[in-house]
Design a protein around this ligand. Structure first.
Ligand SMILES: [Zn+2]
Length: 417
């Protein structure tokens, strides 16, 4: 069983050291504390703890800021082995960029259907400001800050450490030598190059033309043969073309691919936006706690040195630099940032609401933890009331009744599970 810790605050809201789950429940049972939140588990002691009695052993928050998932870890510096108090992976909202595209589409439509309308982009002072954050990126960084602020209410954070992944555009273009760790796990820093490649190729498979699918950046001359890790040796392929056609037949396609990307203009907007986002996040976090950054390669090296599996939350542990830790086997929270206002037509049905955290028990007793994604009254003769819910691996269960559904939590702006 993994360790589970509950956050603890005193009667005045001062943050104390976390305690084991069992102890937290015991304190609530015997009336010495009350339950403030179940997800994450937070208790408030009835008594006020004097300042001088509070344990002030250093607690560091590591953040691994990936494009789609963000790892968080709180590690406490101890005399022997350091202690992981909290770890979580946040799944960033991915519906935002699609919405933005849609909105842009509307604007374009309106523009073309009116006599004259100046481009909206030009009449916004915000968009003229240099270094403006793209909304899709800003929204993701704001979610990270929300998590940090929430944690800060429950626990003292002495220091925040972020990975410094400044994008070197020159290197994306010219190629560079791989670090040792990249050979072992070459899907990390590649992200810059991958993005640059996809944007240059209009996010379209350069073999079959597919767009609405999983896209890969493929090395035209394989790296194992010394092919450069540069945009001039990189082309966009869909997963299927990559896996089923090109893999192991790289040289059959080499000339065709090189011709295809020859002279294409580079779109470096995307990596620039990512960089602006990282910069903005750093500024904001520095307001919350003492902030430090470390180089990306260090994290991976540490992970390899201590034989820790790659995941966003484990990377966040490595980022704190407080290694070795007693165990990485602690409850892994999943965090989902929620939209401020639900746009659903039906707000509540049978006592359940949109984005409620629920547990569904199947007939054979297996349990599914997930959240409500829709509430609906079926247009049949019984007007059956049903819902759909998703688990955190992205699987959706549609059209279920409410009988075997249990409400676990009603999150506001952040869902913890
Ligand atoms: Zn394809």
């Amino acid at each position: 069983m993994p360790n589970k810790y509950a956050f603890v605050i005193d009667g005045e809201g001062k943050t104390l050291s976390p305690t084991k789950f069992n102890n937290a429940f015991r304190l609530v049972r015997i009336g010495k504390a009350k339950l403030l939140s179940k997800y994450p588990l937070v208790i408030q002691l009835n008594k006020v703890v004097a300042e001088k009695e509070i344990d002030t052993t250093k607690i560091v928050l590591g953040i691994d800021d990936g494009a789609k998932k963000v790892g968080f870890a709180l590690v406490q510096q101890c005399k022997n082995k350091n202690k992981v108090l909290f770890k979580a992976t946040m799944h960033q909202r991915e519906d935002v960029s699609k919405k933005m595209e849609k909105r842009q589409g509307y604007r374009r439509y309106r523009r073309s259907h009116k006599r004259y309308r100046p481009k909206r982009f030009d009449n916004r002072s915000a968009s003229k400001r240099k270094g403006r954050l793209v909304p899709t990126i800003k929204q993701k960084k704001q979610a990270i800050i929300r998590v940090v602020k929430r944690l800060n209410k429950y626990i003292r954070i002495d220091k925040i450490i972020l990975e410094d992944v400044a994008i070197d555009i020159r290197k994306v273009i010219e190629g560079r030598d791989l670090y040792n760790w990249e050979y072992q796990n070459s899907n990390r820093l590649d992200e810059n190059l991958r993005k640059a490649t996809l944007y240059r190729d209009d996010c379209t498979c350069q073999l079959c033309g597919a767009t609405d699918t999983m896209l890969h950046a493929h090395h035209i001359i394989p790296q194992r043969d010394g092919g450069a890790d540069s945009i001039y040796n990189s082309i966009t392929l869909c997963e299927s073309c990559h896996n089923n056609k090109v893999d192991d037949n790289e040289y059959e396609y080499k000339d065709q691919f090189l011709a295809k990307i020859d002279g294409k203009e580079l779109n470096l907007k995307a990596p620039m936006h990512v960089m602006q986002g990282k910069h903005w996040l750093r500024e904001q976090l520095a307001k919350t706690a003492n902030l430090e950054t470390i180089a990306g390669g260090d994290t991976a090296n540490r992970r390899i040195d201590y034989n820790i599996n790659k995941s966003h939350s484990n990377d966040a542990i490595c980022i704190t630099g407080l290694l070795p830790v007693d165990t990485i086997s602690i409850k892994q929270y999943i965090i989902k940032p929620l939209r401020k206002k639900s746009k659903a037509k039906i707000k509540e049905l049978k006592g359940f609401r949109q984005k409620d955290l629920v547990k569904y028990t199947k007939r054979d007793g297996t349990e599914i933890i997930g959240y409500i994604t829709s509430l609906r009254i079926k247009n049949n003769k019984y007007n059956s009331k049903v819902c759909s819910f998703s688990n955190f691996e992205g699987k959706t269960y549609r059209g279920y009744g409410f009988r075997n559904l249990e409400l676990l939590d009603r999150p506001q702006d952040l869902m913890f599970a």
